[in-house]
Design a protein around this ligand. Structure first.
Ligand code: CA
Length: 241
């Protein structure tokens, strides 16, 4: 279940520092120290995100980004030296998602990585489209309405969003931190973990409690000390656009 990240960086000290930090944040990490191996891994494995240094032996990070973008949908974060401004522009034009300029702190890179992954998680696959039915529960993302056994259920915008996110991946456990971030998500805003206060986590709990009162307890499962998941019961599920 760990998200897998590839680091392509020939400066061992930087690669090790990033790998250690990402590991400690719960990511699985692979490292390549040259462009050829980096491209090979990036194309043949499935990485959530690839961190690409631009100046690499063998093949440049920009070239790797070009080939990777044509074949895979991994997010791409470029690392660049300060004087690589043209390379940064090239990289972004090719489809890199973001870049960090050296020197940087591992902490800063991890924050960017998390922001990119979060952004991807929130993109279309995680957004309900049209009308989705889960047993007796129907969620209409156009009219932002929920009905249970064909009866309209009044929900607040936050409750609706929370349920939509949970329903976007039935059976998947969302941590309370992820849910807080989703609920407060604004494009182009990097929400730092410091902002996820204890109070916000408790707020998620109270929204879930309120939703359960409205739609019944069976749809949202509590995963103790982790978060919540949407559960489809044995009833048939239909999704129509
Ligand atoms: Ca380099």
């Amino acid at each position: 279940m760990k998200k897998h990240i590839l680091i392509v960086e020939d400066e061992q000290e930087i690669a090790n520092a990033l790998a250690a930090r990402l590991n400690s944040e719960g990511f699985a990490v692979s490292v390549a120290d040259n462009g050829v191996d980096g491209l090979d891994l990036a194309l043949n494995e499935d990485y959530e995100l690839v961190i690409l240094d631009i100046m690499l032996p063998g093949l440049s990070g920009t070239e790797i980004a070009r080939q990777l973008r044509a074949q895979k949908d991994s997010a791409i974060l470029m690392l660049s030296a300060r004087d690589d401004e043209n390379d940064i522009v090239d990289g972004l034009n090719i489809g890199a998602d973001d870049y960090v300029t050296k020197p940087f702190s591992a902490r800063e890179v991890v924050a960017r990585v998390k922001a990119l992954i979060r952004r991807r998680d929130l993109e279309p696959t995680s957004t309900l489209r049209g009308v989705s039915s889960f047993g007796a529960l129907t969620i209409d993302s156009l009219s932002h309405s929920i009905s249970l056994n064909s009866k309209f259920v009044h929900t607040t915008p936050t409750e609706f969003k929370l349920l939509s996110v949970l329903c976007s991946a039935p059976g998947t456990v969302f941590t309370r931190e992820e849910l807080v971030e989703t609920l407060s998500y604004e494009p182009d805003t990097n929400l730092s973990s410091e902002l996820i206060s204890h109070t916000n986590l408790r707020t998620v709990d109270s929204h879930v409690r309120s939703l359960r009162k409205k739609i019944g307890p069976q749809f949202i499962r509590t995963v103790h000390s982790v978060g919540y998941s949407f559960e489809i019961n044995s009833e048939k599920t239909q999704v129509s656009a």
